[in-house]
Design a protein around this ligand. Structure first.
Ligand code: NAD
Length: 387
């Protein structure tokens, strides 16, 4: 048995207006300072006021949010007693909102151990609206939350189906302010979700089509959104692609590029999309070298040469490299400015982090410690994977 989870999704121009349909008394925002500065909190509050809701704002979420931040947000939420929680921002704000909401509903829970085996009994006090302002993580449609334990320098990917937001508002007017670098990083996150969601061992009939569609949308629209942030057609399709990829991988699983990306991100403070997107082509080569995979399906869907699995995987890697070039995306860890000595010294920690990440186990070819060491070094130097 497997469950397909999805929020109600309101998308397209003026999607924010749907907030006026909410019924309740008070809403609590979990967001970051940029959302206040950009006027997004005020825009959302205007719609909430029209629905008769008052609100309070926690705007202290940092990129790659920590357990400590989540605890602080939950304390303020408990004082305010909202019946709606609003996660407004990129994946960091939405994930922090999910975890803080869980603590508000279930104060005895350990946020570092949120897992699908436990029942938390959410929605006794409040429901969750997720409003993405990056086109990347898909957190608005997933049951996942990724937090960082800053004490041990490790990212924790956790989740429970109960955390799937009740409502996702996917309004493209919120993403035109994204600078090109964030557009590129978050766009590569979408592609990594879509490709890994399609090829992970948990792929299924319900998620496949979503992953393929999201992949095609990224190839078509990410270079345009990167080149011109005011290209509304490209922005809207990328925003949709992020939520679609979220539904795709959220209802299958992500895999090795995520395990490696989370590991690098926590140790060297690399933004999520930049690190998972960097590892994606290396992981495809490694996995395809192990035999049967599903990369040729993706290549065929993109009209790339794919006579057999090997050619399909090679075509897909070449297309990803070309996309990365068009959006000025780092293709090796060295290019990120990480010093070789520091990287080599951190290698045991990088491997241990990746091995502790549950997404490692959903890759179509298992990577043991030795494989991980070699993969990290290939990605550091920008060398193709030949094993
Ligand atoms: P982010 O939320 O960390 O935001 C990055 C920066 O962009 C922040 O400074 C933010 O203020 C700024 N920003 C956001 N929207 C903007 C806009 N419209 N205009 C200008 N600036 C804007 O970045 P992200 O990539 O969206 O999220 C990354 C986090 O999400 C990581 O912690 C990652 O692990 C997590 N994640 C979660 C899931 C999930 O399913 N829950 C999936 C993938 C990643």
């Amino acid at each position: 048995m497997w469950i397909f989870s999805s929020p109600r999704i309101v998308f397209g121009e003026d999607a924010l207006n749907y907030l006026e349909e909410l019924r309740g008394r008070r809403a609590f925002f979990v967001t970051d300072a940029n959302m206040v500065r950009l006027g997004f909190v005020e825009r959302v509050q205007k719609h909430l006021r029209a629905a008769g809701l008052e609100s309070a704002v926690f705007a202290d979420v940092e990129p790659e949010p920590s357990l400590q931040t989540v605890r602080r947000a939950a304390e303020q939420m408990a004082q305010y007693q909202p019946d709606w929680v609003i996660g407004l921002g990129g994946g960091s704000a939405m994930d922090a909102a999910k975890a803080a909401w869980l603590l508000y509903e279930c104060p005895t829970a350990d946020p570092a151990a949120i897992n699908p085996m436990e029942t938390y009994g959410l929605r006794q006090k409040a429901r969750l609206v997720a409003i993405p302002t990056t086109s990347g993580t898909g957190s608005e449609t997933t049951w996942a939350t990724v937090l960082t334990d800053t004490d041990i320098g490790m990212k924790l990917s956790m989740g429970t189906h109960e955390l799937t937001p009740d409502l996702a508002i996917v309004d493209p007017s919120l993403v035109t302010s994204m600078p090109p670098r964030i557009t590129a990083d978050t766009g590569m996150d979408v592609l990594t979700h879509a490709v890994e969601g399609y090829t992970s061992t948990m792929h299924n009939d319900f998620s496949d089509g979503l992953c393929l569609k999201a992949t095609a949308l990224v190839f078509q629209y990410l270079p345009r959104a990167y080149a011109n942030g005011q290209d509304m057609e490209a922005r809207e399709h990328m925003h949709n692609a992020a939520s679609i990829a979220g539904l795709g991988f959220g209802n299958s699983m992500a895999a090795l590029a995520h395990a490696m990306g989370h590991s690098l991100g926590a140790v060297f403070h690399v933004p999520h999309g930049r690190s998972v997107g960097l590892f994606l082509p290396y992981v495809i080569e490694f996995t395809a070298n192990g035999g049967g995979t599903r990369y040729a399906d993706i290549a065929k869907f993109l009209d790339l040469p794919a006579e057999d699995e090997a050619q399909g995987a090679a075509s897909l890697v070449a297309a990803i490299r070309d996309l990365q070039r068009r959006i000025d995306f780092a293709t090796s860890v060295q290019q990120l400015g990480v010093d070789r000595e520091d990287f080599e010294a951190a290698l045991p920690k990088l491997i241990a982090n990746a091995e502790a990440d549950n997404q490692l186990f959903f890759n179509a070819r298992f990577a043991n410690s030795e494989d991980l060491a070699k993969l990290f070094m290939c990605a550091y130097e920008g060398r193709s994977v030949d094993f």
